[in-house]
Structures are given as structure tokens and as C-alpha cells.
Design a protein around this ligand. Structure first.
Ligand code: PGA
Length: 246
């Protein structure tokens, strides 16, 4: 793992955006695995800024998102479909046909997982962007998820529902869907490279476990210790418990 400590959120976002823009410049038809949540918002803003300056071209880029909630329509502003369009896709020249986000019908979750996984089996993700949950999840792969997992549906843990209600959903835990579809850990590990970003004190335990703890399904992000090309970019607060110098 390569670990970079950022001065603050803006610095973390710019560092991560640099890696993603280098990927797009080096391979214009690259496949990007993308993440949602509060952490990547600044990074997407930076990419849009560089696109507007004429430095980036998304016309051949393919994107594959990690996950989506069950029960939210695409025009619900809490859906990840909406998030991605609002934060990135509506502002760049990406071809909508190249955008992949799990479609979650209410009654056919197994079929939806299979469709998404079949699509994933046909491509190789060049760069997978990840955040990390306070409980160490990546995507919606909650603690205890099998490292061999492929796209599957999940019952979200209480801690994830709380975290996401706090940041989104106006704090209303009842409004947070209880299920979601997520790429599996194996799908993530199949990416050629991974960039994980984290900031804030509420991530310090998860970051410590991911980097310095044992590799265990109890802290899903720890599996990244077994991946050959991972870059972690964290602010000071998220790095606070690390014992070694990086
Ligand atoms: P956050 O979520 O960026 O909103 O903190 C990260 C995650 O849960 O993966």
C-alpha cells in the first residue's frame, strides 16, 4: 500500500483527482470504478473543474459504480444514480451508455445482482475509487462479508444506517433504505488499481485496521493489504491512530 497523508480535505481531494485524471489522460478509454458518499464530493468537483478548463476528456471513459440503495428511484436525490449525475456526469462529456450503476428493482434483487455481475465479468476496472465506512466497509460490503463475494444484496448494518442518516437523509434514520446492492469484495480486488480516500476522526479506527490491523472479514477494507496496487490518501484526523511513519 502507498499511503499519502493530506493536509486537509481539499488537499486529499486534489491528490486523488490527480491520480484519476492521470488515468484518464494515459488511457482515454479507461474503466473507472466510482464511489459515492460525502468523501469523494471534492474530488468530483476538482475533476469537473479540470474538464471545464479543457484538460480532461470523458467521452471514451466507462464508469462502474460500487452500489445502489434498494427502493429509491433514479430521480430521488438520495439515490446514488442521482448523486453521480449531480456531482459528475451532468457536468462532463461522458457518454450515458458508458455509465453503469446497479439497477435495483424492488422484487428481483437476485436478478439485478446477476445482471450487474455479468456486466462486471466482461470488463476489467483500471482504477477503483473507494471510500471507507466507519465500520471498515468498502462499497456496501459490511463486516463479515466473504472476501470471495461478487455482486450481492446486503442488509445494511445499524452503524451504516446511522452514518448515512447523519450525512444525508436529513438525519432521518427511518428514511435510509435498509437494503442495497453492492459489488462484492472479489469484484473490487479484481481492479487493476485501487485509490481509497478517507477523512475525519470518525474514520480513524477503520483506517488503522485497514492499514495496520490483521486481514479479516470483520474489517472488510483490510483485504486491500492483499492487493498489489493500492493508494490510500487520508487527512490527519483519519491518520491519527497509525503507529508507523508513512
Ligand atoms: P462517506 O462514506 O464518504 O459518506 O463517509 C464512505 C463509505 O461509507 O464508504
Amino acid at each position: 500500500m502507498k499511503i499519502y497523508k493530506a493536509k486537509d480535505y481539499a488537499d486529499m481531494s486534489r491528490k486523488a483527482a490527480n491520480i484519476i485524471s492521470a488515468q484518464i489522460i494515459m488511457k482515454p478509454e479507461c474503466v473507472l470504478g466510482l464511489a459515492t458518499g460525502s468523501t469523494p464530493v471534492g474530488l468530483y468537483k476538482q475533476l469537473v473543474e479540470w474538464y471545464k478548463k479543457g484538460d480532461l476528456d470523458f467521452s471514451a471513459v466507462k464508469t462502474i459504480n460500487l452500489d445502489e440503495y434498494k427502493g429509491l428511484s433514479q430521480d430521488n436525490d438520495q439515490s446514488y444514480y442521482y448523486f453521480m449525475h449531480d456531482n459528475l456526469f451532468n457536468h462532463v462529456d461522458i457518454n450515458e451508455e458508458n455509465v453503469h450503476i446497479p439497477t435495483v428493482s424492488n422484487d428481483h434483487l437476485e436478478d439485478d445482482c446477476k445482471t450487474y455481475n455479468d456486466m462486471l465479468n466482461k470488463v476489467t476496472i483500471d482504477l477503483q475509487l473507494l471510500g471507507i465506512g466507519g465500520n471498515g466497509h468498502i462499497g456496501f460490503n459490511e463486516p463479515g462479508t466473504d472476501f470471495n463475494s461478487k455482486t450481492h444484496y446486503v442488509d445494511l448494518k445499524e452503524s451504516t444506517i446511522k452514518d448515512n442518516a447523519r450525512l444525508f437523509f436529513n438525519g432521518d434514520e427511518d428514511a435510509v433504505p435498509k437494503q442495497a446492492i453492492s459489488m462484492g469484495i472479489q469484484n473490487i480486488m479484481d481492479a487493476k488499481s485501487v485509490v481509497l480516500i478517507a477523512c475525519g476522526k470518525n474514520k480513524e479506527d477503520a483506517v488503522k485496521g485497514m492499514i495496520e490491523g490483521p486481514v479479516t472479514p470483520e474489517l472488510p477494507a483490510s483485504v486491500l493489504q492483499n492487493h498489489k496496487d493500492v493508494t490510500v490518501i487520508i487527512d490527519k484526523a483519519a491518520a491519527a491512530l497509525l503507529e508507523k511513519e508513512y
